[in-house]
Design a protein around this ligand. Structure first.
Ligand code: HEM
Length: 160
């Protein structure tokens, strides 16, 4: 499987409506509810150990909530049940991510973490399905970068 992180270019941001959703067969291919939950568990377990851990709560209980809540979103976009939108309606993810100052390095780390998870758990799946999921994340994450790369990071300011 070929999971490509395309470079972030502030002058070439995709239109949200034009980003193709992942192939809806991805959810079942990865093992439905149980299989998908394993992906999500592994993703957030790695995130809290990653270079972007500072964005996320560290308490076990809070991470559990995030796994359950955010997992519904990622399952839904992959062809799973529409539990996220049933609970919340339409959520503007760009607005939702505004409180977090995300730069392109953070995006790389976030996508790199997903790539590790997929390479580990989705080895046996049709690569085209996995690639369609990753391509969505790669494109959509460009909309969530909201801070220039060379801006002083919050974590640096906190250290100063
Ligand atoms: C670019 C790197 C990204 C960073 C650093 C990031 C960071 C965060 C943080 C800190 C939160 C709040 C804590 C939490 O609930 O998890 C969050 C929530 C969330 N993120 Fe991201 N995110 C990124 C990319 C994405 C992408 C590409 C998507 C979707 C394709 C996404 C979907 C979500 C969702 C669904 C939530 C929960 C929103 C809600 O409260 O309902 N994130 N993200």
């Amino acid at each position: 499987m070929n999971l490509v992180i395309t470079p972030y270019d502030p002058n070439d941001i995709p239109n949200e409506e034009e980003i193709p959703l992942p192939d809806p067969r991805f959810y079942e291919a990865v093992g439905g509810e149980e299989g998908f939950r394993k992906l999500i568990d592994d993703f957030y377990d790695r995130i809290v150990e990653s270079d972007i851990a500072f964005f996320f709560p560290q308490e076990e209980e809070e991470i559990e909530k995030i796994k359950t809540h955010n997992g519904k979103y990622f399952a839904e976009i992959s062809g799973g049940p529409k539990r996220y939108s049933e609970a919340l309606g339409h959520v503007d993810q760009i607005k939702m991510h505004k409180p977090f100052s995300i730069n392109e390095k953070h995006r790389d780390e976030w996508l790199g973490t997903w790539r590790e998870v997929l390479e580990e758990h989705a080895k046996a799946i049709d690569p085209a399905l996995v690639e369609s999921y990753f391509r969505f994340l790669d494109q959509y994450s460009k909309l969530l970068v909201n801070r220039p790369r060379n801006a002083r990071a919050f974590e640096d300011l906190a250290k100063a």
